[in-house]
Design a protein around this ligand. Structure first.
Ligand SMILES: Cc1cc2nc3c(=O)[nH]c(=O)nc-3n(C[C@H](O)[C@H](O)[C@H](O)COP(=O)(O)OP(=O)(O)OC[C@H]3O[C@@H](n4cnc5c(N)ncnc54)[C@H](O)[C@@H]3O)c2cc1C
Length: 491
C-alpha cells in the first residue's frame, strides 16, 4: 500500500484495570476466564467484540465437538465436558453417545449411532466415540450463565474490540480497545490473546506465521447456514440405499456453490448445518471475509433447491432456517511460540514436562489417540505477560489442522486461565509460572494429565495397551496417504 495517513497521538481514558485481561470470548477465551476464576483469581476482565460468548462455536454455527474419547476413556474432560453435562438437561440441546457408552462395540448401539458422523470410530474394532452435537443458542445462554456464576471475579465487557497492545519495551501492559464509547485503554498484569487471529500478539513483535499449507482445512473460511424441515434419518437411509447417487449430491452442491459444502447433522433430527470450505481464504483479510459472506449467501438458495429436487424423501419440506451471525474462521495468523507443534508430536507421541492438555484429536496418523500439548505452545517468544491459547496456537503448517478443533481451544484456554491465575497469585511472570502448580490445579479442575499422580493410571494404561495408536492399520494407511498425496484436508 503506497498512500498513508499519520494518525495524530492523543490521550485516551483508562477504562479499567485488572489482574487478568482476556481479549476474545470464544471457546478459548471463555474457558480461560472461568478457569482463572476457579483457580482463585479475583480481578478478571473478558472483552469480546460481539454481544455473546462462543465465537465459532455459537456465532459461527460450528455445532459438533469431535473425539472427546479414545477407546473407553474420556480424555477430554474439564470445561469441555462441563458444557455438555450442563446442556444435557435441556431437551434438544445435545445429541451424543453418553460417557457410559463410550468404547462399546455393542452392535445395536453402533447401528443407532452410525448415522451421526464421528460417533463411531474409524478404526477396527468399531466402537462408540463421544462426539457431541449441540444447539448454538443454548450454548450461548449457558456460557453467560457460567460467567454469571463468577460475577464476583469476572467483569464481562461485550461490544469492545481490542485493537492495539500497550507495550513498554517487551512487556505487554494492556490493550487499547474501541467501542461505541470510543477509544479507551485497559491495563492488566497478564493478557490472554484469545482472538483466534492473533489480533493482539501480531502487533507485539513476537514471531508468527500467516496462512498454512493450502492443502489444509486451516486455509479455508466458511459461512455456515442451517436447513430446517429436514429428516436426517431419512437422508441417512437414502444415502445408504443409493451410494452412487449420494456421492453425486456432494459433488453437485460443491459445483453449484463454487466451493466445497457438506450437510452435517444437528442436535435434533429435523435440522442440519451446512458446513463449507472456501479454499485459500484468510479470515483476517477484509477481501476474503467479504467474499466468503457474499459467495455463500449468493449460492445457498440454489443449493437448497437442488437438495429438494435430488433427495425429496428427506428435503421435500426443507427451508432456510438461518445463517450464522458471524463468519466461520478456521485459521489466519498463528503463533510461532516457545514450542512449535509438528506432525512428529502426533507420529511419535512426544512427552512434555510442561504438558497442559492430553487430548484425543482428529489426526488419523495416530488413530486419533491422545497427544500432549505443552505450555510452551501458548507462550510467545520475546514478549512478557502474554498467553495465546485457541486456534492461533503455535504449530507448523500441518499440525495446526489437528489442533484448532474446539476441544483443543477449550483445553488450552482453560490452561491459560489457570496459569495466569497462578502467576498473579505468586507475583511472577507467566513465563516463570510454577508449571507443577498449574498442572495440579488443572487436574483438580477435572483435566486428566499424563504422569500426574492425581490421575487414574488406567488412562496411561489405555494409551500403552493401544500403543498410542501408532501401529494400527488406520495409522499406517493415513501415513501412506499423507506421504503420497499430501492432502490433509478434512473437517
Ligand atoms: C466452519 C467451521 C467448521 C468447523 N468444524 C469444526 C468441528 O466440527 N469440530 C470442531 O471441534 N472444530 C471445528 N472447527 C474449528 C473450531 O470451531 C474453532 O477452531 C474454534 O471454535 C476456535 O475457538 P477460539 O476460541 O480459538 O476462536 P474463535 O471461536 O474465533 O473465538 C475468538 C473470539 O474472539 C473475538 N474477537 C476476535 N478479535 C477480537 C478483538 N480484536 N477484540 C475482541 N474480541 C475479539 C471473536 O468475536 C470471538 O468471539 C470449525 C471451524 C469452522 C470455521
Amino acid at each position: 500500500m503506497s498512500k498513508t495517513y499519520v494518525e495524530p497521538g492523543r490521550e485516551i481514558p483508562v477504562y479499567d484495570e485488572c489482574d487478568i485481561l482476556i481479549v476474545g470470548g470464544g471457546s478459548a477465551g471463555h474457558s480461560a476466564a472461568i478457569a482463572a476464576a476457579r483457580a482463585g483469581a479475583k480481578n478478571i476482565v473478558i472483552m469480546e467484540r460481539y454481544g455473546y460468548m462462543g465465537g465459532d462455536v455459537t456465532g459461527g454455527y460450528v455445532l459438533m465437538v469431535p473425539k472427546l474419547s479414545w477407546y473407553n476413556k474420556s480424555f477430554v474432560r474439564g470445561l469441555q465436558e462441563e458444557w455438555f453435562t450442563r446442556l444435557e438437561k435441556i431437551p434438544g440441546a445435545v445429541l451424543a453417545p453418553t460417557l457410559e457408552q463410550i468404547g462399546t462395540s455393542d452392535p445395536v448401539l453402533l447401528d443407532i449411532w452410525a448415522s451421526i458422523h464421528g460417533c463411531v470410530s474409524e478404526s477396527e474394532p468399531k466402537r462408540l466415540v463421544r462426539a457431541v452435537y449441540y444447539e448454538p443458542n443454548q450454548l450461548k445462554i449457558e456460557m453467560d450463565k457460567m460467567l454469571l456464576e463468577h460475577k464476583d471475579a469476572i467483569r464481562v465487557q461485550y461490544h469492545s474490540m481490542g485493537v492495539r497492545p500497550i507495550m513498554e519495551g517487551n512487556e505487554l501492559k494492556g490493550v487499547i480497545f474501541e467501542s461505541k464509547e470510543g477509544r479507551k485503554a485497559l491495563l492488566a498484569k497478564v493478557i490472554i490473546d484469545a482472538t483466534g487471529d492473533g489480533n493482539i500478539f501480531y502487533q507485539t513483535g513476537t514471531p508468527y506465521k500467516e496462512l498454512a499449507d493450502s492443502n489444509t482445512r486451516s486455509n479455508t473460511t466458511a459461512l455456515v447456514w442451517r436447513i430446517g424441515g429436514v429428516d436426517w434419518h431419512k437422508y441417512y437411509e437414502w444415502q445408504k440405499a443409493n451410494r452412487h447417487l449420494a456421492g453425486g449430491i456432494f459433488k453437485r452442491i460443491g459445483e453449484i456453490a463454487g466451493f466445497r459444502c457438506a450437510p452435517i447433522p444437528g442436535s435434533q433430527h429435523d435440522w442440519l448445518w451446512m458446513n463449507n470450505w472456501h479454499a485459500d481464504r484468510d479470515c483476517s483479510k477484509i477481501k476474503d471475509q467479504t467474499e466468503t459472506e457474499m459467495n455463500t449467501r449468493d449460492t445457498l438458495r440454489d443449493v437448497l433447491a437442488y437438495l429438494k429436487e435430488a433427495c425429496p424423501i428427506a428435503f421435500r419440506d426443507a427451508y432456510l432456517l438461518d445463517i450464522a451471525p458471524q463468519l466461520g474462521c478456521r485459521c489466519s495468523r498463528r503463533l510461532q511460540g516457545e514450542y512449535i507443534m509438528t506432525p512428529n508430536d502426533f507420529a511419535f507421541a512426544t512427552k512434555f514436562d510442561d504438558v497442559i492438555a492430553w487430548h484425543s484429536t482428529i489426526c488419523l496418523i495416530n488413530d486419533c489417540a491422545p497427544i500432549e500439548i505443552p505450555y510452551r505452545a501458548i507462550l510467545p517468544k520475546n514478549v512478557e505477560n502474554l498467553l495465546c491459547p485457541g486456534r492461533h496456537i503455535s504449530a507448523d503448517d500441518v499440525a495446526i489442522d489437528w489442533l484448532t478443533l474446539i476441544p483443543q481451544c477449550v483445553g488450552t484456554g482453560q490452561a491459560a486461565g489457570v496459569a495466569a491465575a497462578v502467576a498473579v497469585a505468586d507475583g511472577v511472570s507467566v513465563r516463570d509460572v510454577n508449571i507443577r502448580r498449574v498442572q495440579d490445579i488443572l487436574v483438580e479442575q477435572d483435566v486428566p494429565l499424563p504422569r500426574h499422580p492425581g490421575v487414574d493410571p488406567s488412562y496411561t494404561q489405555c494409551c500403552e495397551e493401544h500403543e498410542y495408536g501408532l501401529y494400527t492399520e488406520l495409522a499406517r494407511k493415513a501415513r501412506e496417504e499423507a506421504n503420497g498425496i499430501k492432502d490433509y484436508r478434512q473437517w
